[in-house]
Ligand binder design. Structure first.
Ligand code: ZN
Length: 251
């Protein structure tokens, strides 16, 4: 009887030692996860931008989230392959689309889901067709976003910037045709700001669609997205920051 109990105790100790060792290993391997947004998204745009968003926004404003490059795969504007693929030769996340679009789509879904939960009047659009040659085809992001904005909605397209010297960093490019509003201001306070006339005025801002560059697809941000153990937490963190910026902008 006593021997049996002793064995039981020993088993317990062995079990907990192993459990402890594994949990330590697990946490150490996850140490590179950070919930510090600035550290995660890296440098913001330091281009001169003087705009300030002061226009009030109706709290029920319809919001449309677009995934950048969703209709331009295979064309020159497919989006950045990211540092992991382009510089370090890792496999793309998906064989048919750029890594940027892969993450844009994931983030789009997450933002809309969380935004709805928080009471925002928010939706998304995905053209589904990954190659539409004509930017003015009615099925493109830009055509749908433009129509949405013309009716008084807030349309925003998600992007990750190119790595290293090829990119600028995180920040919001406001609409070309509209006075920046309080949502623009709120997002810019979290992610930084680009000049309205960035690169002479891009296709989206000219159609009243905002562009949000989350950050360069490199370093800690890309590692945390690619690592299956930190992926969902990283996407949730980014989605949460964006939804919170919307909420702060409309209150
Ligand atoms: Zn992009």
């Amino acid at each position: 009887m006593e021997r049996k109990q002793g064995l039981k105790g020993l088993k317990f100790i062995v079990f907990f030692t192993i459990f402890y060792a594994f949990s330590q290993l697990y946490y150490t391997r996850n140490l590179n996860f950070t919930d510090d947004l600035e550290l995660l998204i890296g440098e913001g745009s330091n281009l001169p931008a003087t705009w300030v968003g002061t226009k009030d926004v109706d709290k029920n404003i319809p919001i449309l989230i677009l995934a950048g490059h969703a209709d331009s795969q295979g064309l020159s504007g497919a989006g950045t392959p990211g540092e992991a693929v382009d510089k370090f030769g890792l496999n793309p996340m998906h064989p048919e689309i750029s890594d940027e679009l892969f993450w844009n789509l994931k983030l789009q879904k997450s933002i809309v889901k969380l935004g709805k939960k928080k009471g925002l009047n928010i939706s998304s659009y995905d053209p589904g067709i990954r190659n539409i040659d004509d930017a003015n085809d009615p099925r493109t992001n830009w055509s749908v976003g433009r129509k949405f904005a013309k009716r008084g909605g807030y349309a925003i397209e998600l992007h990750f910037d190119a790595y290293g010297k090829y990119g600028v960093g995180s920040g919001l490019i406001p609409s070309f045709a509209e006075t920046p509003n309080k949502i623009d201001e709120s997002i810019a306070r979290t992610f930084g700001r680009f000049p309205v006339l960035f690169r002479g005025g891009l296709g989206a801002p000219r159609r009243q669609i905002r562009i949000l560059e989350i950050g360069k697809l490199e370093g800690l941000l890309e590692k945390n997205l690619r690592n299956l153990k930190t992926r969902q937490r990283t996407i949730n963190l980014l989605a949460n920051e964006i939804v919170q910026a919307f909420l702060n902008g409309i209150i």
